[in-house]
Design a protein around this ligand. Structure first.
Ligand code: PSU
Ligand code: MN
Length: 315
């Protein structure tokens, strides 16, 4: 063949450490990049990115932060690549799974959402993934009867055998509808040491989880058994650490203001989450940033603990 058409191998660049761990069946945890580039302010995002990787390592697993750079899906980033993902001047796009293929084909760069990251992680055989909040079913805009804004995160989890460790979904979403869609797609939702589905900044959304697990071994056992009979993913919902939980009154005020801001500016689609997060971070004087950081770090640690137990079970 004379033409230089890129092969799948060229487009998927697995860092050596990650490739070695996968070959040896050592535990690996995927980390997403949209929460860094579009969810946290510059400077802070890099500190969080490093802390996430450290938390995974400290728990005995190998971190694989995932992003698309210059048309290549990078599974595991060098320090320089992590800098680039966190640099606002790099102008990285937000890539859901619909955007990943075109970005690869056209040589573009971007940070991957839960949907994009889960698909790329699965493509290289990574089965555990940590993030902050899962996308879900949005609430309709004021005056509208319903919404078609349902995050692709849900559709990807419906058909991707990966464990996503998260702190539930943000209260800006329709949480009951999100749980219904997960049920429709046969995605188990496990509450980690809780009977309630968490709401990101708050430990409880008030809604029950279908099932509760109390240690990483139980989570790993549930995931392994699910994988043996279904092609869908699993959600392990880990509430924000109690000491980091946002005050209820502050949370409710930020949410009301944030929703009004979205309506006023007519914000739609993939811009909704970044605009809302930015409002929370500035209007709370940084309190929501601390909350956000602590919950993601806790999820990275828990994901690594489950990956370690999962790897031990498959030996
Ligand atoms: N929730 C957060 N912070 C985030 C996101 C969700 O608290 O940064 C990001 C994740 O990458 C998630 C995406 O996959 O938003 C969902 O976006 P959308 O609703 O446009 O699918
Ligand atoms: Mn959306």
């Amino acid at each position: 063949m004379t033409s230089a058409s890129p092969t799948r191998r060229d487009r998927l660049a697995v860092a050596a450490e990650v490739a070695d761990a996968l070959a040896l069946r050592h535990p690996v945890v995927a980390l997403e990049s949209t929460l860094l580039s579009h969810g946290l302010p510059p400077g802070r995002n890099l500190a969080v990115a490093r802390r996430l990787e450290r938390a995974v390592r400290d728990a005995g697993a190998v971190p694989a932060t995932i992003a698309v750079l210059d048309g290549r899906a990078m599974i595991g980033l060098t320090p320089a690549e992590l800098d680039r993902v966190c640099d606002p001047d790099a102008g990285l796009a937000k890539l859901s799974l619909r955007d990943v293929g075109p970005a690869l084909g056209l040589g573009r760069s971007g940070a991957t959402t839960v949907a994009g990251t889960a698909a790329l992680a699965d493509a290289v055989g990574i089965g555990v993934f940590a993030t902050g909040g899962l996308g879900g079913v949005h609430l309709p805009a004021p005056g509208e009867p319903g919404t078609w804004d349902v995050s692709a995160d849900l559709g990807v989890l419906a058909r991707t055998p990966i464990l996503v460790v998260c702190s539930g979904v943000k209260s800006v979403l329709d949480i009951p509808a999100t749980l219904e869609v997960l049920e429709t797609h046969s995605v188990p939702v496990l509450g980690y040491r809780t009977d309630h589905f968490p709401a990101f900044y708050r430990r409880s959304s008030g809604l029950p989880v279908p099932l509760r697990v109390d240690d990483p071994g139980q989570a790993a056992a549930a995931v392994a058994a699910h994988r043996a009979l279904a092609g869908s993913g699993v959600v392990l919902a880990n509430p924000i650490p109690p000491e980091a939980e946002l005050d209820a009154a502050l949370h409710d005020r930020l949410l009301t203001e944030g929703m009004a801001l979205l309506a006023e500016r007519g914000v739609r689609g993939s811009a909704v989450t970044p605009v809302l997060l930015e409002h929370f971070h500035t209007a709370s004087g940084g309190a929501s940033l601390n909350a956000n950081e602590e919950l993601v770090v806790a999820n990275a640690r828990l994901a690594a603990e489950v990956a370690v137990r999962g790897a031990a079970m498959s030996e």
